[in-house]
Design a protein around this ligand. Structure first.
Ligand code: G3H
Ligand code: ZN
Length: 278
């Protein structure tokens, strides 16, 4: 069923489990994620970044794609379609108008006041349309071209104030993880997660879930994280398999076979991550 994710997140929060957001890039990824999560009977959030949305053709294409796959593949699990890291009210509005069931307004690099103001505007628009809203506090770094951009963790007081003033549905607080395929000794601040969770009641989101071991992810959930976002790890395993396939099948020209050659690895990675809920 196509849902806004609220029930799955609160159920998981209550049970001390995680809901994964896996980011989508095209038809094949969306299909693979839905098939694997359905096989595992695990509700899922499909994350589409603004750049992925425009790559796929637009908001309406993405909504139709997800809804049609749910129907034609007879997907039984709950599926939420979430706009990831939107930087403006307008982007959120376009996604909501097209039928996304959840949006993230990410003004973490703007002032606290502006973040509150625009988040409230998005919430007002989303509420009557039964769409969930996620916001972000604190700046997350990212790892690209072997360089880590700087990040700054958030603090408990700001989280409490932000939630009180906006009534936002879920919060991504910067707690030490970074975006991108970085594997290393990340400085996840479990104490900070615990403190935010103890002083708030909405589901908390961990961005930059890639590169973190299942042990670390489990500790984050234990500390109070409910939603875990994964993008780069799926890209990494998929592209490695496709590269190997092309190397071994130099004459292959069928795009379906080339794209498909990475799908098993993608499904295995999803399956592996889901183990944290066992
Ligand atoms: O919003 C998406 C995520 O935070 C994914 O981050 O690419 O490090 O897994 P990641
Ligand atoms: Zn993110």
């Amino acid at each position: 069923m196509f849902v806004n994710g609220k029930d799955m997140l609160y159920k998981a929060k209550q049970e001390g489990k995680a809901i994964f957001q896996f980011n989508i890039n095209n038809l094949e990824w969306t299909k693979a994620i839905l098939e694997e999560c359905d096989r595992l009977k695990a509700p899922v959030i499909l994350g589409a970044s603004c750049s992925a949305v425009s790559y796929m053709g637009g908001y309406n294409v993405v909504v139709s794609l997800v809804r049609s796959l749910i129907l034609d593949l007879n997907i039984q699990i709950d599926v939420c379609l979430h706009l990831d890291h939107a930087k403006s009210f307008e982007s959120c509005k376009k996604a909501i108008d097209a039928g996304f069931s959840s949006v993230m307004i990410d003004l973490s690099t703007k002032s606290f006041e502006e973040n509150i103001k625009v988040t409230k505007e998005v919430l007002e628009y989303a509420k009557s349309r039964d769409v969930l809203v996620e916001a972000e506090l604190g700046v997350m770094g990212s790892f690209s071209s072997q360089v880590i951009t700087s990040s700054s963790k958030t603090n408990v007081i700001d989280c409490i104030k932000f939630i009180e003033e906006t009534n936002v549905d879920t919060l991504a607080a910067s707690v030490g993880s970074i975006h991108g395929p970085y594997k290393g000794d990340l400085n996840i601040d479990y104490k900070l997660i615990e403190n935010i969770a103890l002083n708030t009641s909405i589901p908390l989101v961990l961005h930059g879930g890639s590169g973190l071991s299942n042990e670390v992810l489990k500790k984050c959930v234990k500390a109070g994280i409910t939603k875990i976002n994964i993008n780069s790890d799926l890209q990494e395993v998929w592209s490695k398999s496709v590269r190997d396939f092309i190397r071994e099948n130099k004459e292959m020209i069928d795009p379906r076979k080339i794209i498909e050659s990475g799908i098993d690895s993608l499904k295995q990675e999803i399956n592996y991550k889901m183990n944290i809920n066992k």
